[in-house]
Design a protein around this ligand. Structure first.
Ligand code: XMP
Length: 525
């Protein structure tokens, strides 16, 4: 296994992700573990020291446990990790007020085992060049004894160093971010060639390890989980159920603002197929009555969030033996909320599915997906036997159709919207793009219908109609922070529009939303 010591960089998880992608098991631990911890590691093949926001130079910054350099395994220091390595092994680090994170081209000097065969292009002088993301600022000014120069730039003469005898390597740039194009290759070489790891670790192995970890964590306690039918809570439920079976009870709160047949699908998959204990609460009436007369989007979100917590709490309170609250928190959520705490990332979502619950219920938190990225969660879901269509489903907001019915939410509107939305999604799945061979559902990141409570005039047969409007929205995005409207084929839009108007009585007009984010948001409210 590879041990990753975390010195507080926001991208430490990315190191773990790259190591996992190389098929090698790894664990992240805080950088201030003691020597005993490092010595007690079984099957240790290598250690990676992460970057940090702190300066390696400052007095109170963390020191790398000296056992790291005495463990007899290769060590790779990244950025701060390299600087700490340099300082602790007898080199010098130069302090700088200014820190920058940006693109750089690094010359790889001579051959090291780590960089063998790795370059983006080579110069006429014969240097291998790497395109990297570099964190400028503090830098290594003098190599520690036994080290040779591995890489450099004009502004950072020691951008990489190596003591090949001991297997110690340091890079000032960040191989874990995708902007460093050879980053995966570099980390793969480190874990395979330098550390000698086989690279045969995979998702099923992860399942076994995660299952063992959950069992060890909860023992014979009972666990409750709020199941929404979304990818994260579904995968968390399947994983925990595999680990502890009937010690897990899922509470599925149906606020009446779900997609067509969604409640049935959730109950079929988890109840009938997996045999999980699920409490299905149909709270439609309760939510609808609370939402009556409310038109402001944020107000609606707050009401739905608050009701959700209340309903969940009542059910959880009935499970007297529950000691744990399980949540499908994934790594990007962890970063997002850490950012929200420090004020660095704007608070974007005002509703989280089970926000606020832990404090009031006195339950301990079980978050088995905390270390995983979305695509890893999906792979895990497939490995656990969840239907791929569920695992690869577009995201759906917690407040559901509540924010897709503009203004006041009514039963009648929700019914119309559900049917229109289902037709849109069905046709997206059916329509194949001849160029990529993929269907348009998979080619879009999120697609849905929005209910507009305005009436417009139409003709149908011999009669005049005066009915509601539905807007179709389909976007492509990699991070949901910015998004482009999808250039769906006209033939597809035509089919969807004609089916909705013919099949959903009450809708006589369909429009397509051609706004990008920003300035528009993905949802209409
Ligand atoms: P916007 O509309 O802000 O959406 O561009 C970005 C992503 O966030 C989802 N979204 C929400 N998810 N509760 C959620 O759980 C919410 O209140 C909420 N609002 C937006 C939206 O579906 C899109 O994926």
């Amino acid at each position: 296994k590879i041990l990753i010591l975390d010195y507080g960089s926001q991208v430490t998880q990315l190191i773990a992700r790259r190591v996992r992608e190389a098929g090698v098991f790894c664990e992240i631990h805080p950088g201030d573990v003691d020597d005993g911890f490092v010595k007690s590691q079984e099957n240790l093949r290598g250690i990676i020291l992460s970057g940090s926001h702190a300066s390696a130079y400052s007095e109170d910054s963390l020191r790398v446990p000296s056992a790291v350099f005495e463990a007899g395994v290769p060590v790779l220091g990244i950025c701060y990790g390299m600087q700490s390595m340099a300082m602790q092994l007898g080199g010098k680090v130069e302090f700088s007020e200014k820190r920058e994170f940006g693109y750089a081209e690094v010359r790889a000097r001579g051959h090291t085992r780590l960089l063998e065969g790795i370059e983006d292009f080579s110069t006429t002088e014969g240097y291998g060049m790497l395109k990297v993301w570099m964190s400028h600022g503090d830098k290594v000014a003098e190599l520690p004894p036994g080290f040779k120069l591995m890489a450099s730039t004009d502004s950072c003469p020691i951008a990489g160093m190596a003591d090949e005898e001991r297997g110690f390597y340091g890079v000032q740039f960040h191989p874990e971010v995708t902007h460093t194009s050879q980053g995966q290759a570099l980390l793969s070489r480190f874990v395979h060639e330098i550390c000698g790891c086989a690279g045969d670790w995979n998702m099923p192995d992860y399942v076994e390890e995660a299952v063992a970890a959950i069992r060890a964590q909860v023992g014979s306690d009972e666990v409750i989980l709020g199941l929404s039918g979304g990818v994260d809570s579904s995968v968390a439920a399947a994983l925990i159920h595999k680990a502890i079976g009937d010690q897990l009870t899922c509470v599925f709160v149906d606020h009446g603002l779900l997609r067509l047949n969604e409640a049935e699908q959730v109950m079929n998959t988890f109840g009938d197929h997996f045999g999980m204990k699920i409490i299905h609460i149909d709270a439609t009436e309760q939510f609808m009555s609370k939402l009556a007369g409310v038109t402001d989007p944020e107000q609606k979100r707050k009401i739905i969030g608050k009701e959700f917590v209340e309903v969940f709490q009542v059910e959880a309170g009935k499970l007297a033996n529950a000691r744990w609250l399980a949540q499908g928190t994934i790594y990007p959520d962890v970063i997002e909320s850490a950012g929200a705490k420090t004020g660095k990332a704007a608070a974007i979502k005002s509703h989280h599915n089970v926000g606020g619950l832990p404090d009031t219920l006195n339950l301990k938190l079980l978050e088995p997906l905390r270390e995983l990225f979305k695509d890893e969660v999906r792979k895990l879901g497939v490995a656990l036997g969840l239907p791929p269509a569920m695992v690869y489903r577009h995201p759906f907001p917690g407040p559901g159709l509540g924010v897709r019915i503009l203004g006041e939410v009514k039963h009648e509107y929700a019914e119309l919207l559900r049917r229109a939305d289902a037709i849109f999604i069905e046709e997206l799945r059916r329509a194949e793009d001849p160029v990529s061979g993929k269907n348009w559902y998979d080619l879009t990141s999120q697609a849905f219908a929005v209910f507009l409570p305005v009436k417009s005039v139409g003709v149908m047969g011999d009669g005049r109609t005066y009915d509601y409007v539905v807007a179709l929205r389909a976007v492509q995005t990699s991070d949901f922070m910015t998004a482009d409207w999808a250039e769906l084929p006209y033939s597809l839009l035509k089919k969807v529009s004609s089916r909705i108007i013919n099949e959903v009585r009450g809708i006589n007009r369909v429009t397509y939303d051609v706004s990008s984010k920003p300035p528009a948001t993905i949802e209409w409210e």
